[in-house]
Design a protein around this ligand. Structure first.
Ligand code: HEC
Ligand code: HEC
Ligand code: HEC
Ligand code: HEC
Length: 271
């Protein structure tokens, strides 16, 4: 290969990963279920995006104007250790929850496969029901429109075994979902970064002190106060790590690009 051809090849090689990560926003992401979406799961009969999760009227709750029916699961468990003993605490000793918070229930309503993806409190004209058109997509949904794609199911049947803890207090925090953390947040190597409200780009305005370097970005981590709008008692939920509208364009809707030096993990864990 001559020098020009090899530098063109290097240039094209640089463009491909840039193009792949450039898509930012919900349009054509896995959460765009509209007829005109590029996603695998989409509704050929309906070209709306937001309706599966939000509605301006007759929502489940004014909080986030949440339209999707919540998970049918009422009690959660965390599987076993490798000796077969049921887990009730994290390794540090923090209580694992049997009841998860609405923040994560919103995700599980679709992702645990217990409720149809189109099952909402306002399917149009103020009518509760199932937005039809997502049934029987081969290997993706069942005859009632529930998610069956095993690679995207989380917490099926309420079994959270094998998943990162959620609905637990962040390290050093008390009074979140009726539990106190046994883990330490002091910014030191080996422990967790502390919570802060300085410079956060997260939804709640609270994030971690991890510097924006070497793949880390504490500012994007979304710590959840126990009471909405609160400034104390933080916990972590699905949206501490994920941003469901693909705001950042990272793999798996991550808030920090975990494909770069495990930057997401290292924005809470100072490892
Ligand atoms: C697959 C579900 C889903 C879809 C589809 C969706 N959202 Fe959301 N949206 C959420 C969740 C979950 C939250 C809460 C996020 C959090 O807790 O950080 C949220 C939060 C919001 C918020 C308040 C917080 C913020 O990020 O500003 C707005 C506004 C919003 N969504 C607008 C929209 C609009 C407009 C659309 C359609 C273009 C849309 N959403 C589509 C799940 C969805
Ligand atoms: C939003 C902050 C946050 C992020 C991001 C995060 N973690 Fe965690 N992690 C926690 C908290 C909080 C705990 C529970 C601490 C305790 O025991 O109280 C935890 C616990 C753990 C545990 C111990 C589980 C147990 O009980 O033995 C491991 C291992 C772990 N995380 C790995 C990871 C990995 C890998 C990533 C990246 C994919 C990650 N974490 C991302 C906050 C986070
Ligand atoms: C209205 C239903 C619905 C809700 C609510 C929902 N999702 Fe999804 N999500 C989907 C569907 C459908 C897919 C695509 C599944 C497939 O292709 O098999 C998906 C895919 C994903 C993916 C994979 C993206 C990828 O690129 O591989 C992630 C991560 C995800 N969702 C996280 C979340 C989180 C976190 C929440 C809550 C904040 C949430 N989802 C709420 C329906 C939903
Ligand atoms: C501590 C950070 C963290 C938390 C909390 C978290 N996730 Fe994830 N999630 C990730 C990372 C990193 C990936 C990509 C790695 C992978 O493929 O598992 C991922 C992948 C996914 C996927 C794609 C399937 C897969 O395993 O690749 C889905 C769907 C998903 N998450 C949903 C959820 C839901 C629902 C919750 C809350 C019950 C949640 N996540 C909580 C970090 C997190």
């Amino acid at each position: 290969m001559n020098r020009l051809a090899s530098s063109v090849a290097i240039f094209v090689g640089m463009l491909v990963p840039m193009a792949a990560s450039a898509q930012v926003g919900i349009r054509n992401s896995d959460h765009d279920l509209s007829a005109s979406s590029g996603a695998d799961i989409k509704n050929a009969n309906d070209n709306q995006i937001c309706i599966y999760c939000h509605t301006p009227h007759k929502a489940q709750s004014t909080q986030l104007l949440w339209n999707h029916s919540q998970t049918a699961v009422a009690v959660w468990s965390w599987g076993n250790d490798l000796d077969g003993n049921a887990l009730t605490n994290t390794t540090a000793g923090t209580l694992l929850p049997t009841i998860v918070r609405s923040n994560s229930k919103r995700c599980l309503g679709c992702h645990d496969g217990s409720v149809a993806i189109g099952d909402v409190s306002n399917a149009g004209d103020g009518q509760k029901g199932i937005i039809a058109g997502l049934e029987n997509l081969p290997n993706l949904t069942d005859a009632t429109g529930k998610l069956i794609d095993a690679s995207k199911i989380i917490g099926g049947g309420g079994n959270m075994g094998g998943n990162h803890p959620i609905s637990i207090p962040y390290a050093g925090q008390t009074g979140y979902n009726n539990a106190d953390s046994k883990a330490v947040a002091d910014d030191a190597i080996g422990n967790y970064f502390k919570p802060t409200n300085a410079g956060c780009t997260s939804a709640t305005g609270w994030c971690t002190t991890a510097p924006a370097s070497d793949g880390r970005n504490g500012a994007a981590i979304n710590l959840i106060p126990n009471a909405p709008g609160g400034a104390t008692n933080f916990g972590i939920e699905c949206t501490s790590c994920h941003e469901p509208h693909n705001r950042f364009g990272f793999d798996k809707f991550a808030r920090v690009d975990n494909t770069v030096s495990s930057g997401l993990c290292r924005s809470c864990h100072n490892k």
